[in-house]
Design a protein around this ligand. Sequence first.
Ligand SMILES: Cc1ncc(COP(=O)(O)O)c(C=O)c1O
Length: 424
Amino acid sequence: MTASYDLWMEALSLFPGGVNSPVRASLKPYPFYVERAEGAYLYTVDGKKYMDFVLGYGPLILGHRDRRVLEKVIDQVERGWLYGTPTPVEVELARKILGHMYPGGKIRFVNSGTEATLTAVRLARGYTGRKYIVKFDGCYHGSNDYLLVSSGSAVEHYGIPASKGVIDEVARYTIVAEFNSVESVERIMERYGDDVAGVIVEPVMGNLGVIPGRREFIEYLRKITREYGSLLIFDEVITGFRLGLSGASGYYNVKPDLVTLGKIIGGGFPVGAIAGRADVMDELSPKGKVFNAGTFNAHPVTMAAGLATLEILEQGELSYADRAAEEVSKAIRDELGDMGINYALNRAASMFQVFLGVERVENASMARKSNGELHGKLQRALLEKGVFIAPSRLEAIFTSTKHTGEELEKAVEAFTTAVRELGE
Ligand SMILES: Cc1ncc(COP(=O)(O)O)c(C=O)c1O
Protein backbone atom coordinates (compact mmCIF):
# COMPACT_ATOMS: atom_id res chain seq x y z
CA MET A 1 0.00 0.00 0.00
CA THR A 2 1.11 3.55 -0.66
CA ALA A 3 1.69 6.38 1.78
CA SER A 4 -1.25 8.20 0.12
CA TYR A 5 -3.50 5.22 0.82
CA ASP A 6 -2.58 5.23 4.52
CA LEU A 7 -3.26 8.95 4.78
CA TRP A 8 -6.57 8.54 2.92
CA MET A 9 -7.73 5.80 5.30
CA GLU A 10 -7.10 8.07 8.26
CA ALA A 11 -8.57 11.09 6.49
CA LEU A 12 -11.83 9.20 5.95
CA SER A 13 -12.23 9.05 9.71
CA LEU A 14 -11.29 12.71 10.21
CA PHE A 15 -13.01 14.65 7.44
CA PRO A 16 -16.47 14.28 5.91
CA GLY A 17 -15.84 12.30 2.73
CA GLY A 18 -12.13 12.31 3.58
CA VAL A 19 -11.49 15.85 2.30
CA ASN A 20 -11.87 19.54 3.00
CA SER A 21 -13.33 20.43 -0.40
CA PRO A 22 -15.43 17.91 -2.36
CA VAL A 23 -13.53 17.98 -5.67
CA ARG A 24 -10.42 16.62 -3.95
CA ALA A 25 -12.20 13.31 -3.36
CA SER A 26 -12.94 12.80 -7.03
CA LEU A 27 -9.64 11.15 -7.93
CA LYS A 28 -10.32 7.39 -7.76
CA PRO A 29 -9.75 5.08 -6.02
CA TYR A 30 -8.23 7.67 -3.66
CA PRO A 31 -6.41 10.99 -4.03
CA PHE A 32 -2.64 11.30 -4.04
CA TYR A 33 -1.15 13.40 -1.26
CA VAL A 34 1.35 16.07 -2.20
CA GLU A 35 4.55 16.74 -0.31
CA ARG A 36 5.98 19.59 -2.34
CA ALA A 37 5.73 21.34 -5.67
CA GLU A 38 8.04 23.17 -8.04
CA GLY A 39 7.45 24.86 -11.40
CA ALA A 40 5.06 22.74 -13.46
CA TYR A 41 5.26 19.73 -11.12
CA LEU A 42 3.67 18.22 -8.03
CA TYR A 43 5.68 15.69 -6.00
CA THR A 44 3.66 13.17 -4.02
CA VAL A 45 4.33 11.40 -0.75
CA ASP A 46 4.53 8.20 -2.83
CA GLY A 47 7.60 9.45 -4.69
CA LYS A 48 5.70 10.27 -7.88
CA LYS A 49 5.96 13.39 -9.99
CA TYR A 50 3.02 14.85 -11.93
CA MET A 51 2.93 17.69 -14.40
CA ASP A 52 0.16 19.87 -12.99
CA PHE A 53 -2.72 21.16 -15.14
CA VAL A 54 -4.98 21.76 -12.14
CA LEU A 55 -2.80 24.42 -10.54
CA GLY A 56 -4.82 24.69 -7.35
CA TYR A 57 -7.96 25.03 -9.53
CA GLY A 58 -6.71 28.19 -11.17
CA PRO A 59 -4.70 30.48 -8.90
CA LEU A 60 -1.21 29.29 -9.82
CA ILE A 61 -0.77 31.05 -13.14
CA LEU A 62 3.00 31.17 -12.49
CA GLY A 63 3.12 27.49 -11.60
CA HIS A 64 4.46 26.40 -8.25
CA ARG A 65 6.87 28.19 -6.00
CA ASP A 66 7.96 30.94 -8.33
CA ARG A 67 11.10 32.29 -6.74
CA ARG A 68 10.19 35.92 -7.26
CA VAL A 69 6.89 35.45 -5.41
CA LEU A 70 8.61 33.38 -2.74
CA GLU A 71 11.06 36.19 -2.01
CA LYS A 72 8.27 38.74 -1.53
CA VAL A 73 6.31 36.38 0.68
CA ILE A 74 9.33 35.65 2.88
CA ASP A 75 10.15 39.33 3.09
CA GLN A 76 6.60 39.99 4.32
CA VAL A 77 6.64 37.11 6.80
CA GLU A 78 9.94 38.37 8.20
CA ARG A 79 8.19 41.65 9.01
CA GLY A 80 5.13 40.00 10.58
CA TRP A 81 2.05 38.48 9.00
CA LEU A 82 -1.00 40.12 10.52
CA TYR A 83 -1.39 43.59 11.95
CA GLY A 84 -5.10 44.36 12.07
CA THR A 85 -4.25 47.70 10.48
CA PRO A 86 -4.03 48.88 6.89
CA THR A 87 -0.74 48.15 5.09
CA PRO A 88 1.18 49.80 2.22
CA VAL A 89 1.08 46.57 0.22
CA GLU A 90 -2.75 46.54 0.10
CA VAL A 91 -2.67 50.03 -1.38
CA GLU A 92 -0.14 48.96 -4.00
CA LEU A 93 -2.08 45.85 -4.99
CA ALA A 94 -5.38 47.74 -5.15
CA ARG A 95 -3.80 50.40 -7.36
CA LYS A 96 -2.51 47.73 -9.70
CA ILE A 97 -5.73 45.71 -9.93
CA LEU A 98 -7.93 48.74 -10.44
CA GLY A 99 -5.49 50.20 -12.95
CA HIS A 100 -5.91 47.14 -15.14
CA MET A 101 -9.48 46.15 -14.45
CA TYR A 102 -11.46 49.13 -13.28
CA PRO A 103 -9.76 52.53 -13.56
CA GLY A 104 -11.54 55.04 -11.34
CA GLY A 105 -13.27 52.28 -9.38
CA LYS A 106 -12.82 50.97 -5.85
CA ILE A 107 -12.04 47.57 -4.38
CA ARG A 108 -12.56 45.61 -1.15
CA PHE A 109 -10.34 42.61 -0.37
CA VAL A 110 -11.88 39.57 1.30
CA ASN A 111 -10.65 36.01 1.79
CA SER A 112 -12.27 33.83 -0.85
CA GLY A 113 -14.22 33.93 -4.06
CA THR A 114 -17.25 32.82 -2.08
CA GLU A 115 -17.05 35.87 0.16
CA ALA A 116 -16.58 38.06 -2.89
CA THR A 117 -19.76 36.88 -4.62
CA LEU A 118 -21.71 36.87 -1.34
CA THR A 119 -20.71 40.46 -0.75
CA ALA A 120 -21.38 41.48 -4.36
CA VAL A 121 -24.94 40.13 -4.14
CA ARG A 122 -25.56 41.84 -0.82
CA LEU A 123 -24.13 45.05 -2.26
CA ALA A 124 -26.27 44.85 -5.41
CA ARG A 125 -29.35 44.37 -3.27
CA GLY A 126 -28.34 47.13 -0.86
CA TYR A 127 -27.52 49.57 -3.64
CA THR A 128 -30.64 48.99 -5.73
CA GLY A 129 -33.09 48.20 -2.93
CA ARG A 130 -34.26 45.21 -5.02
CA LYS A 131 -34.46 41.51 -4.18
CA TYR A 132 -33.94 39.36 -7.26
CA ILE A 133 -30.63 38.10 -8.61
CA VAL A 134 -30.27 36.42 -11.99
CA LYS A 135 -27.60 33.74 -12.42
CA PHE A 136 -26.89 31.17 -15.14
CA ASP A 137 -27.29 27.42 -15.19
CA GLY A 138 -23.85 25.86 -14.71
CA CYS A 139 -22.09 28.98 -13.42
CA TYR A 140 -20.55 28.43 -9.99
CA HIS A 141 -20.01 31.34 -7.66
CA GLY A 142 -18.77 29.60 -4.54
CA SER A 143 -20.64 28.06 -1.65
CA ASN A 144 -22.78 31.03 -0.65
CA ASP A 145 -26.51 30.47 -0.09
CA TYR A 146 -27.67 33.25 -2.43
CA LEU A 147 -26.06 31.57 -5.42
CA LEU A 148 -26.11 27.90 -4.48
CA VAL A 149 -29.28 27.65 -6.41
CA SER A 150 -30.21 25.55 -9.40
CA SER A 151 -32.89 25.73 -11.97
CA GLY A 152 -34.54 22.40 -11.23
CA SER A 153 -36.72 21.48 -14.16
CA ALA A 154 -37.96 25.00 -14.73
CA VAL A 155 -35.16 27.21 -16.01
CA GLU A 156 -36.15 30.88 -15.86
CA HIS A 157 -38.29 30.50 -12.79
CA TYR A 158 -37.67 30.84 -9.08
CA GLY A 159 -34.47 29.02 -8.18
CA ILE A 160 -34.53 25.92 -6.03
CA PRO A 161 -31.86 25.16 -3.41
CA ALA A 162 -28.89 23.25 -4.86
CA SER A 163 -27.94 22.07 -1.40
CA LYS A 164 -29.75 20.91 1.69
CA GLY A 165 -29.69 23.71 4.21
CA VAL A 166 -30.23 26.48 1.66
CA ILE A 167 -33.75 27.58 2.45
CA ASP A 168 -36.45 28.08 -0.18
CA GLU A 169 -37.01 31.63 1.03
CA VAL A 170 -33.44 32.53 -0.04
CA ALA A 171 -33.33 30.46 -3.23
CA ARG A 172 -36.59 31.83 -4.56
CA TYR A 173 -35.05 35.26 -5.09
CA THR A 174 -32.37 33.83 -7.37
CA ILE A 175 -33.60 33.17 -10.89
CA VAL A 176 -31.63 30.82 -13.10
CA ALA A 177 -31.26 31.63 -16.80
CA GLU A 178 -29.68 29.73 -19.66
CA PHE A 179 -26.10 30.71 -20.51
CA ASN A 180 -25.52 32.16 -23.97
CA SER A 181 -29.26 32.59 -24.51
CA VAL A 182 -30.40 36.16 -25.09
CA GLU A 183 -34.01 34.94 -25.26
CA SER A 184 -33.80 33.35 -21.82
CA VAL A 185 -32.56 36.56 -20.20
CA GLU A 186 -35.06 38.63 -22.17
CA ARG A 187 -37.99 36.58 -20.86
CA ILE A 188 -36.79 36.87 -17.27
CA MET A 189 -36.16 40.60 -17.48
CA GLU A 190 -39.54 41.25 -19.08
CA ARG A 191 -41.17 39.57 -16.12
CA TYR A 192 -38.91 40.48 -13.19
CA GLY A 193 -36.59 43.19 -14.56
CA ASP A 194 -37.77 46.07 -12.35
CA ASP A 195 -37.10 43.95 -9.28
CA VAL A 196 -33.73 42.55 -10.39
CA ALA A 197 -30.84 43.87 -8.27
CA GLY A 198 -28.13 42.22 -10.33
CA VAL A 199 -27.21 39.73 -13.01
CA ILE A 200 -24.13 37.69 -12.13
CA VAL A 201 -22.22 35.75 -14.76
CA GLU A 202 -18.91 34.03 -15.37
CA PRO A 203 -18.26 35.59 -18.81
CA VAL A 204 -16.22 32.50 -19.63
CA MET A 205 -17.71 29.63 -17.65
CA GLY A 206 -14.95 27.75 -15.89
CA ASN A 207 -16.89 25.44 -13.65
CA LEU A 208 -18.57 23.23 -16.22
CA GLY A 209 -15.57 22.64 -18.34
CA VAL A 210 -14.80 25.82 -20.24
CA ILE A 211 -17.65 27.57 -22.05
CA PRO A 212 -16.94 31.04 -23.41
CA GLY A 213 -19.83 33.49 -23.50
CA ARG A 214 -20.69 34.56 -27.03
CA ARG A 215 -19.72 38.17 -27.60
CA GLU A 216 -23.29 39.22 -28.52
CA PHE A 217 -24.57 37.54 -25.37
CA ILE A 218 -22.15 39.35 -23.05
CA GLU A 219 -22.85 42.65 -24.82
CA TYR A 220 -26.58 42.01 -24.48
CA LEU A 221 -26.22 41.49 -20.71
CA ARG A 222 -24.66 44.93 -20.48
CA LYS A 223 -27.45 46.51 -22.50
CA ILE A 224 -30.41 44.87 -20.75
CA THR A 225 -29.09 45.45 -17.20
CA ARG A 226 -28.59 49.11 -18.02
CA GLU A 227 -32.12 49.32 -19.38
CA TYR A 228 -33.63 47.95 -16.18
CA GLY A 229 -31.23 49.65 -13.75
CA SER A 230 -29.89 46.30 -12.53
CA LEU A 231 -26.20 45.84 -11.80
CA LEU A 232 -24.10 43.64 -14.08
CA ILE A 233 -21.66 41.55 -12.04
CA PHE A 234 -18.81 39.70 -13.76
CA ASP A 235 -17.57 36.82 -11.65
CA GLU A 236 -13.91 36.87 -12.62
CA VAL A 237 -12.64 34.70 -9.79
CA ILE A 238 -11.11 32.42 -12.43
CA THR A 239 -10.77 34.72 -15.42
CA GLY A 240 -9.27 37.74 -13.63
CA PHE A 241 -5.64 38.08 -14.83
CA ARG A 242 -5.97 34.80 -16.75
CA LEU A 243 -7.83 36.09 -19.82
CA GLY A 244 -5.42 39.00 -19.94
CA LEU A 245 -4.49 41.77 -17.54
CA SER A 246 -7.93 43.32 -17.80
CA GLY A 247 -9.72 40.00 -17.48
CA ALA A 248 -12.98 39.22 -19.19
CA SER A 249 -13.99 42.90 -19.22
CA GLY A 250 -11.03 43.58 -21.50
CA TYR A 251 -11.48 40.35 -23.46
CA TYR A 252 -15.08 41.27 -24.32
CA ASN A 253 -14.63 45.02 -24.06
CA VAL A 254 -17.68 45.20 -21.81
CA LYS A 255 -17.55 47.07 -18.51
CA PRO A 256 -19.67 45.56 -15.75
CA ASP A 257 -20.77 47.49 -12.64
CA LEU A 258 -19.04 45.09 -10.30
CA VAL A 259 -16.34 42.44 -10.69
CA THR A 260 -15.64 39.64 -8.25
CA LEU A 261 -12.08 38.40 -8.08
CA GLY A 262 -10.06 35.73 -6.27
CA LYS A 263 -7.52 33.03 -7.11
CA ILE A 264 -4.71 34.68 -9.15
CA ILE A 265 -4.80 38.05 -7.35
CA GLY A 266 -3.65 36.30 -4.16
CA GLY A 267 -0.76 34.53 -5.85
CA GLY A 268 -1.90 31.18 -4.43
CA PHE A 269 -2.88 32.42 -0.96
CA PRO A 270 -6.53 32.69 0.18
CA VAL A 271 -8.17 35.76 -1.34
CA GLY A 272 -11.25 37.34 -2.83
CA ALA A 273 -12.18 40.87 -3.87
CA ILE A 274 -15.08 42.94 -5.07
CA ALA A 275 -14.23 45.82 -7.37
CA GLY A 276 -16.26 48.20 -9.46
CA ARG A 277 -18.08 51.49 -9.72
CA ALA A 278 -17.02 53.84 -6.95
CA ASP A 279 -20.59 54.97 -6.24
CA VAL A 280 -21.70 51.36 -5.77
CA MET A 281 -18.62 50.30 -3.79
CA ASP A 282 -19.09 53.26 -1.44
CA GLU A 283 -22.26 51.58 -0.18
CA LEU A 284 -19.98 49.13 1.66
CA SER A 285 -19.30 49.67 5.36
CA PRO A 286 -17.87 51.78 6.93
CA LYS A 287 -18.76 54.42 4.32
CA GLY A 288 -22.10 52.87 3.41
CA LYS A 289 -24.71 50.66 5.00
CA VAL A 290 -23.97 47.30 3.34
CA PHE A 291 -21.96 45.36 5.88
CA ASN A 292 -18.69 43.61 5.13
CA ALA A 293 -15.77 42.96 7.46
CA GLY A 294 -13.04 40.38 7.98
CA THR A 295 -10.20 39.65 10.40
CA PHE A 296 -8.09 38.45 7.50
CA ASN A 297 -9.27 40.88 4.80
CA ALA A 298 -6.26 42.13 2.79
CA HIS A 299 -3.95 39.74 4.61
CA PRO A 300 -0.39 41.12 4.18
CA VAL A 301 1.12 37.82 3.00
CA THR A 302 -1.62 37.39 0.41
CA MET A 303 -1.23 40.99 -0.71
CA ALA A 304 2.54 40.53 -1.13
CA ALA A 305 2.11 37.30 -3.12
CA GLY A 306 -0.61 38.84 -5.29
CA LEU A 307 1.42 41.95 -5.98
CA ALA A 308 4.52 39.93 -6.94
CA THR A 309 2.40 37.77 -9.25
CA LEU A 310 0.78 40.68 -11.04
CA GLU A 311 4.13 42.44 -11.46
CA ILE A 312 5.45 39.36 -13.23
CA LEU A 313 2.37 39.06 -15.43
CA GLU A 314 2.74 42.69 -16.42
CA GLN A 315 6.11 41.83 -17.91
CA GLY A 316 4.40 39.69 -20.54
CA GLU A 317 4.72 36.17 -19.15
CA LEU A 318 0.99 35.54 -19.47
CA SER A 319 1.56 34.71 -23.13
CA TYR A 320 3.57 31.59 -22.12
CA ALA A 321 0.50 30.15 -20.41
CA ASP A 322 -1.70 30.99 -23.42
CA ARG A 323 0.76 29.38 -25.79
CA ALA A 324 0.85 26.17 -23.72
CA ALA A 325 -2.95 25.89 -23.81
CA GLU A 326 -2.94 26.57 -27.55
CA GLU A 327 -0.33 23.90 -28.30
CA VAL A 328 -1.89 21.23 -26.12
CA SER A 329 -5.36 21.98 -27.54
CA LYS A 330 -3.98 21.68 -31.05
CA ALA A 331 -2.41 18.32 -30.26
CA ILE A 332 -5.73 17.03 -28.89
CA ARG A 333 -7.63 18.35 -31.90
CA ASP A 334 -5.20 16.85 -34.41
CA GLU A 335 -5.36 13.45 -32.79
CA LEU A 336 -9.15 13.38 -32.32
CA GLY A 337 -9.67 14.61 -35.88
CA ASP A 338 -7.68 11.65 -37.20
CA MET A 339 -9.64 9.21 -35.05
CA GLY A 340 -13.09 10.38 -36.09
CA ILE A 341 -14.34 10.91 -32.50
CA ASN A 342 -16.81 13.80 -32.17
CA TYR A 343 -15.60 16.47 -29.84
CA ALA A 344 -15.84 20.11 -28.87
CA LEU A 345 -12.66 21.79 -27.70
CA ASN A 346 -13.38 25.05 -25.91
CA ARG A 347 -10.51 27.34 -25.06
CA ALA A 348 -10.13 30.88 -23.76
CA ALA A 349 -6.51 31.98 -23.26
CA SER A 350 -4.92 29.57 -20.76
CA MET A 351 -8.03 27.59 -19.84
CA PHE A 352 -9.59 24.86 -21.94
CA GLN A 353 -11.53 21.63 -21.90
CA VAL A 354 -12.32 18.91 -24.39
CA PHE A 355 -15.86 17.54 -24.44
CA LEU A 356 -16.05 14.12 -26.08
CA GLY A 357 -18.96 12.70 -28.03
CA VAL A 358 -20.53 16.07 -28.85
CA GLU A 359 -19.89 18.66 -31.55
CA ARG A 360 -20.68 21.89 -29.78
CA VAL A 361 -20.88 23.02 -26.15
CA GLU A 362 -22.36 26.44 -25.52
CA ASN A 363 -24.31 25.95 -22.32
CA ALA A 364 -24.63 23.71 -19.30
CA SER A 365 -27.01 21.14 -20.73
CA MET A 366 -24.79 20.66 -23.80
CA ALA A 367 -21.77 20.12 -21.51
CA ARG A 368 -23.62 17.58 -19.39
CA LYS A 369 -24.47 15.58 -22.52
CA SER A 370 -20.79 14.99 -23.33
CA ASN A 371 -19.21 11.63 -22.57
CA GLY A 372 -17.93 11.61 -19.00
CA GLU A 373 -16.74 8.02 -19.11
CA LEU A 374 -14.52 8.59 -22.12
CA HIS A 375 -13.14 11.73 -20.52
CA GLY A 376 -12.39 9.70 -17.38
CA LYS A 377 -10.42 7.30 -19.54
CA LEU A 378 -8.41 10.22 -20.92
CA GLN A 379 -7.72 11.56 -17.43
CA ARG A 380 -6.52 8.17 -16.17
CA ALA A 381 -4.31 7.65 -19.23
CA LEU A 382 -2.75 11.06 -18.62
CA LEU A 383 -2.13 10.31 -14.97
CA GLU A 384 -0.32 7.12 -15.96
CA LYS A 385 1.91 9.29 -18.13
CA GLY A 386 2.61 11.64 -15.25
CA VAL A 387 0.12 14.37 -16.18
CA PHE A 388 -2.54 15.57 -13.74
CA ILE A 389 -5.76 17.11 -15.06
CA ALA A 390 -8.92 17.51 -12.99
CA PRO A 391 -10.78 14.20 -12.91
CA SER A 392 -13.91 15.63 -14.54
CA ARG A 393 -14.83 17.13 -17.88
CA LEU A 394 -16.85 19.63 -15.85
CA GLU A 395 -13.71 21.33 -14.56
CA ALA A 396 -11.20 23.38 -16.55
CA ILE A 397 -7.71 22.37 -17.64
CA PHE A 398 -5.38 25.23 -16.73
CA THR A 399 -1.89 26.03 -17.98
CA SER A 400 0.76 28.16 -16.31
CA THR A 401 3.77 30.19 -17.40
CA LYS A 402 5.92 27.21 -16.38
CA HIS A 403 4.46 24.98 -19.11
CA THR A 404 7.09 26.01 -21.63
CA GLY A 405 10.03 24.53 -23.52
CA GLU A 406 10.78 20.95 -22.58
CA GLU A 407 7.74 20.76 -20.28
CA LEU A 408 5.45 21.81 -23.11
CA GLU A 409 6.96 19.23 -25.44
CA LYS A 410 6.42 16.53 -22.84
CA ALA A 411 2.86 17.67 -22.30
CA VAL A 412 2.04 17.63 -26.01
CA GLU A 413 3.41 14.13 -26.31
CA ALA A 414 1.51 12.86 -23.27
CA PHE A 415 -1.81 14.36 -24.43
CA THR A 416 -1.30 13.03 -27.96
CA THR A 417 -0.62 9.48 -26.75
CA ALA A 418 -3.40 9.54 -24.16
CA VAL A 419 -5.92 10.67 -26.78
CA ARG A 420 -4.72 7.99 -29.19
CA GLU A 421 -5.31 5.36 -26.51
CA LEU A 422 -9.00 6.36 -26.37
CA GLY A 423 -9.44 4.51 -29.65
CA GLU A 424 -7.93 1.28 -28.32
C1 LIG B 1 -16.13 31.62 -10.83
C2 LIG B 1 -15.96 31.31 -9.39
N1 LIG B 1 -16.53 32.11 -8.48
C3 LIG B 1 -16.39 31.89 -7.16
C4 LIG B 1 -15.67 30.83 -6.69
C5 LIG B 1 -15.50 30.60 -5.23
O1 LIG B 1 -14.20 30.88 -4.86
P1 LIG B 1 -13.55 30.23 -3.54
O2 LIG B 1 -13.39 28.78 -3.79
O3 LIG B 1 -12.25 30.98 -3.36
O4 LIG B 1 -14.52 30.52 -2.43
C6 LIG B 1 -15.07 29.96 -7.60
C7 LIG B 1 -14.29 28.80 -7.13
O5 LIG B 1 -13.86 27.95 -7.86
C8 LIG B 1 -15.21 30.21 -8.98
O6 LIG B 1 -14.65 29.41 -9.90
